[in-house]
Ligand binder design. Structure first.
Ligand SMILES: *Cc1c(COP(=O)(O)O)cnc(C)c1O
Length: 377
């Protein structure tokens, strides 16, 4: 049996090696390393896949979030509402821009922002809500969009973990993650569902003039070279990464199927284990399973992890420390105990290996080990 990994980028590469190598070689031969034709070709292809009017590639997912806020005209002191249970990048750019992160607890079922707690956090300084579609499943966008509309605030989606997920509104309309808010952001970090071979990201919007503004900000605030209309940043997707992503985008639907198959296998086998709660599946959103994250109950999670580690089964905790308890983001506004659900999740969740290359042998092995642990738990 192959070594079990949280993500297996090597085997995934080998399966499409010829195509990838050729795409890379073409860029090397052209030496158009910055803004080569592949960048626009990939952006157009992704736009078609997502049904998004504009796709602006950038250097990484964190930059995507920063550029989104700059493009919408954030001002120092503005407040941005976000879930407290997320990857740090979401809060980081808010703080860097001199905005105030306003944390909200999450729903214990889908791990996404608790929409019942958003309105209570809105003030006259609220600039935007940033829902994070955690682990591959969309937040309750119908409620979020209607709250935002009522209060005239922006919705910036963090779709870094959920590219490809489809959200269904109550009127039957279906939209992809990242295309529902005024701006959507994603990441092509290698282990994301659509990953490149380094850093990469993209910004989505359905508003043509906003798209122009985003493009300008991502390119030093210039439309015409050496004429800088506003303060921008240097955030481009390398041609090499775009060429790789162009190839991998063709496989994204297949990758999604492969991830879901792993999740289905785990669900079926682990749902009978009393100390585990398999992931909730929302009726409004498909799940693209960036992570397969279980809740544990009544066991010592560290001991469980150690038991699996001894059997060469890696696991991860996303995330061990919620943002309000991180040194960099701690504030007297949010002492320990402020976000009960998030604090409990960070103590109890565990993520199992899930990727596009997992074999039945590996899955059976992992599940048998867990069942064996259950006998002694
Ligand atoms: C990965 C990730 C990001 C940041 O993406 P980078 O490309 O690593 O900068 C932002 N938000 C979430 C939720 C992520 O998972």
């Amino acid at each position: 049996m192959e070594t079990i990994r949280m993500a297996d980028l090597h085997t995934q590469y080998l399966r499409i090696k010829e195509e990838i190598d050729q795409a890379i070689q073409e860029v090397l031969d052209s030496t158009a390393f910055i803004q080569g034709p592949q960048v626009k070709q990939f952006a157009d292809a992704l736009g078609t896949f997502l049904d998004s009017k504009a796709v602006i590639p950038c250097a990484n997912g964190t930059d995507a979030l920063q550029i989104a806020m700059m493009a919408l005209g954030c001002k120092v002191g503005d407040e941005v509402i976000l879930p407290v249970y997320t990857y740090v990048a979401t809060a980081e750019v808010i703080a860097l821009l001199g905005l105030k992160p306003v944390f909200v607890d999450v729903d214990r079922n889908d791990f996404n922002i608790d929409v019942n707690q958003i309105e209570g956090k809105i003030t006259e300084r609220t600039f935007a809500i940033v829902p994070v579609h955690l682990y591959g499943q969309c937040a309750n966008m119908e409620s979020i969009l209607s709250i935002a509309k009522k209060h005239h605030i922006h919705v910036i989606e963090d779709a870094a973990q959920s590219l490809g997920a489809v959200y269904t509104f109550s009127d039957g309309q279906k939209l992809r993650a990242g295309t529902m808010g005024v701006i959507g952001c994603t990441s092509f970090f290698p282990s994301k569902n659509l990953g490149c071979f380094g850093d990469g990201g993209a910004i989505f919007t359905q508003d043509k003039s906003l798209a122009e503004n985003i493009k300008m900000i991502a390119n030093h605030g210039q439309k015409v070279k050496y004429y800088h209309d506003r303060i921008g940043v240097n955030s481009r997707l390398d041609t090499l990464q775009a060429a790789i992503l162009q190839v991998k985008l063709k496989y994204l639907t297949d990758y999604e199927t492969r991830r879901r198959r792993v999740a289905d296998f785990y669900d079926l086998t682990l749902s009978s284990i009393s100390f585990l709660e398999t992931p909730f599946r929302s009726s409004n959103s498909t799940h693209v399973f960036h992570q397969y994250t279980l809740k544990t109950k009544g066991i010592d999670r560290d001991q469980f992890r150690l038991y699996l580690e001894e059997r060469e089964i890696p696991t991860m905790i996303y995330y061990p420390v919620p943002l309000h308890l991180q040194k960099a983001y701690a504030s007297s506004d949010y002492p320990f105990g402020s976000f009960k659900v998030t604090e409990e999740l960070s103590r109890t969740v565990i993520s199992l290996p899930i990727h596009t290359e997992m074999t039945d042998d590996q899955l059976s092995y992992i599940c048998s080990a867990i069942k064996e642990f259950a006998k002694h738990a």
